[in-house]
Design a protein around this ligand. Structure first.
Ligand code: NAP
Ligand code: MG
Length: 501
C-alpha cells in the first residue's frame, strides 16, 4: 500500500550525494520499450531504508499486464535485430559505455545501494559498484570472441556451428547485491545479443532503475532492456510462466528456484538457477590462524551474512577446537555494526523486517537446540534491522542452524576428527555452492578441494569473486554457471549448419 507521504530528507538522512537524492525524488516507473511508464494498474509499493525503517520511495508495482507489454517490446527488439544482428564491435562498445557510465556515477549508485540495502557505504563503494562496472567491461570483451567451430565432417560436406542468442530472457534477481546481480545477469545476456526483461527484488529496486537510465543513456536500442519492478508472485511469476520468454535466469532462494523451474515447463524455457548455500569453511590445525580467523569470519559476516556463498559452517579439528573458537569469538565481538554511512561500520542492518524476523527466529532456534552463544546472539535495540554478529559454538551438523540457510550474520562452529570426517560433514548438506579450506599442507588443500561437492572452493581465502571465474552450484544450490566464458553458454544456443560440397 502506498504511504501518504515520503520524506527523502528523513529517509535518506545519511546520504550526501545530491544526484542520489534527486533520483529518489523522481517517480520510479517501469522501463518498457524504451519508455518509463507507470504500472497498468497504477499501483505502487514502498522501498524502505533498513537503517531507519523510513520509506525511501514509491515504486511502480508491475504485474502480468506490464510483463506482457515488456515481452512484446523485447520480442520486437529481438526480431528486428537492431541488437542481435549488429556487428560485434558495435555491441561491445555499448557494453564498455555502460561500464564507463557506472564508473562515472559510482558515488551516486553506491549511496543508493547503501540506502536501499543497508550495506556499509565503504563496501558498496569498494566492491558492489566497481564490480558491476567490471562485469560489463568483461562481457564487452567477450562480444568479439563468441566463436562457432568448423567440424571434421566427411569431405563431401562442410559443417560448422553458429552461436546465436537465445532470444528474450527473463532475469529475476535478489536483494543482497542488487546492482552487481543485475550486472551478472545483463552483462552476458546483452553481450550475446539477447533482449531482456529484468525484475529486481522488491526490497532493493533503486540501483537497477538507475542502471536502466544509464543503459538508455548509453544508447542501447529501445526494447533491448525492459525493467519490471514488483513482487515475486505477480511480476516474477508472470516472467517465469510467460510463453514468449525463451530463457529465465534466477538468483534467490532454493524454494523459489523450484517454483521457477516448474513454471518454466509450459514452453520449456532454458533455465539457470543460482540458489542458496550453507558453505563449509574448514580450518585444519596447521592453518595460519592469523589469516584464517578474520578471513573465515568475514566470510560469515560480509554483507551482514546475506550472501549465498557465506561460509557459515566453520569446521575446526577437535584438538584445537577450544583455542580456535575463542579466537573466532573474539574477532566476532570486535566487528563493528552500525550506521552504514559511518566509515567505521563493518556491517549494517539486514535488508528488511522480514529478514530481521527470520534471522532473530534462528537465534532462538540455535539456543533451543543447545548451541552455545560465543558472540552476539541478540538483535540490536532501536530503529533499523540490526542483528549482532553472532557465533554459535558446540554446534552439531544435524542442528537446524547448521542445515538451513539463515542469511544473517550468524556463524556456527562445528568440530571434526580428521580430514575424512571434515569432508564428510562438509558435504553433508543439501547445498553445494561454495566451500573453503584452511591449511598450509598443499597436498591436503588440493585433495580436499577435489572432495568437496561445491561449485567454488577457496583455499586460504574467502569470497574471491571475479567475472573471470565461473560461479554456480552443485546439488540444490542450482545449475548453470554464471561468469567467465560459461555465461556465454547460458545465453547462446548452437546451430549446426551442413553444406553439401
Ligand atoms: P526470494 O523470494 O527467492 O527472492 C529472489 C527473487 O525472486 C526476488 O526478485 C523475488 O521477488 C522473486 N520471487 C519471489 N517469489 C517468486 C515467484 N513465485 N516467482 C518468480 N519470482 C519470485 O528470496 P527472499 O524471499 O527475498 O529471501 C528468502 C531467503 O532466500 C533468504 O533468507 C535467503 O535464505 C535466500 N536468498 C538467497 C539469495 C541468493 O543469493 N542465493 C538471495 C536472496 C535470498 P520479490 O522479492 O520482489 O518478491
Ligand atoms: Mg529497500
Amino acid at each position: 500500500m502506498a504511504a501518504a507521504t515520503v520524506s527523502v530528507e528523513r529517509a535518506a538522512s545519511g546520504a550526501r550525494n545530491s544526484a542520489a537524492l534527486d533520483f529518489l525524488r523522481k517517480p520510479k516507473q517501469l522501463l518498457i520499450g524504451g519508455k518509463w511508464v507507470a504500472a497498468k494498474s497504477g499501483k505502487t509499493f514502498e522501498t524502505i531504508n533498513p537503517s531507519n525503517e523510513e520509506v525511501l520511495a514509491l515504486i511502480a508495482e508491475g504485474d502480468k499486464a506490464d510483463v506482457d507489454l515488456a515481452v512484446k517490446a523485447a520480442r520486437k527488439a529481438f526480431d528486428e535485430g537492431q541488437w542481435s544482428k549488429i556487428g560485434p564491435h558495435e555491441r561491445a562498445r555499448y557494453l564498455f559505455k555502460i561500464a564507463e557510465l557506472i564508473d562515472k556515477h559510482a558515488d551516486e549508485l553506491a549511496q543508493l545501494e547503501t540506502l536501499d540495502n543497508g550495506k556499509p557505504l565503504t563496501f558498496s563503494s569498494a566492491f558492489d559498484i566497481p564490480a558491476a562496472a567490471e562485469t560489463f567491461r568483461y562481457y564487452g570483451g567477450w562480444v568479439t570472441k563468441i566463436y562457432g567451430e568448423t567440424n571434421p565432417s566427411d569431405p563431401s560436406f562442410f559443417n560448422y556451428t553458429l552461436r546465436e542468442p537465445v532470444g528474450v530472457c527473463g532475469q529475476i534477481i535478489p536483494w543482497n547485491f542488487p546492482l552487481l546481480m543485475a550486472a551478472w545477469k545483463l552483462g552476458p545476456a546483452l553481450a550475446c545479443g539477447n533482449t531482456v526483461i529484468l525484475k529486481p527484488a522488491e526490497q532493493t529496486p533503486l540501483t537497477a532503475l538507475r542502471l536502466g537510465e544509464l543503459i538508455m543513456e548509453a544508447g542501447v536500442p529501445e526494447g533491448v532492456l525492459n525493467i519490471i519492478t514488483g513482487f515475486g508472485p505477480g511480476a516474477g511469476s508472470s516472467i517465469a510462466e510467460h510463453p514468449d520468454i525463451d530463457k529465465v535466469a534466477f538468483t534467490g532462494s532454493t524454494e523459489v528456484g523450484k517454483i521457477i523451474l516448474k513454471a518454466s515447463a509450459g514452453n520449456l524455457k532454458k533455465v539457470s538457477l543460482e540458489l542458496g548455500g550453507k558453505a563449509p569453511n574448514i580450518i585444519f590445525p596447521d592453518a595460519d590462524l592469523d589469516q584464517a580467523v578474520p578471513t573465515a569470519m568475514m566470510g560469515v559476516f560480509f554483507n551482514s551474512g546475506q550472501v549465498c556463498c557465506a561460509g557459515t559452517r566453520i569446521f575446526v579439528q577437535r584438538e584445537k577446537y577450544g583455542e580456535v573458537v575463542d579466537k573466532l569469538a573474539k574477532f566476532s565481538k570486535n566487528v563493528t555494526m552500525g550506521d552504514p554511512f559511518d566509515q567505521k561500520s563493518t556491517i549494517g542492518p539486514l535488508v528488511s523486517k522480514e529478514q530481521f524476523d527470520r534471522v532473530k527466529g534462528y537465534l532462538e532456534v540455535g539456543k533451543k537446540e543447545g548451541a552455545t552463544v560465543s558472540a552476539g546472539g541478540e538483535a540490536g535495540a532501536g530503529k533499523g534491522y540490526f542483528v549482532n554478529p553472532t557465533l554459535f559454538s558446540d554446534v552439531k551438523n544435524e542442528m537446524r542452524i547448521a542445515r538451513e540457510e539463515i542469511f544473517g550474520p550468524v556463524g556456527t562452529a562445528i568440530s571434526f576428527t580428521d580430514e575424512n570426517d571434515a569432508v564428510f560433514q562438509g558435504n553433508n548438506t543439501e547445498y553445494g555452492l561454495s566451500a573453503a579450506v584452511w591449511t598450509r599442507d598443499i597436498s591436503r588443500a588440493h585433495k580436499v578441494a577435489r572432495s568437496l561437492k561445491a561449485g567454488t572452493v577457496w583455499v586460504n581465502c574467502y569470497n574471491q569473486l571475479d567475472p573471470i571465474s565461473p560461479f554456480g552450484g552443485y546439488k540444490q544450490s542450482g545449475f548453470g554457471r554464471e561468469l567467465g566464458r560459461y555465461a556465454i553458454d547460458l545465453y547462446t544456443q548452437i546451430k549446426s549448419v551442413w553444406m553439401k560440397l
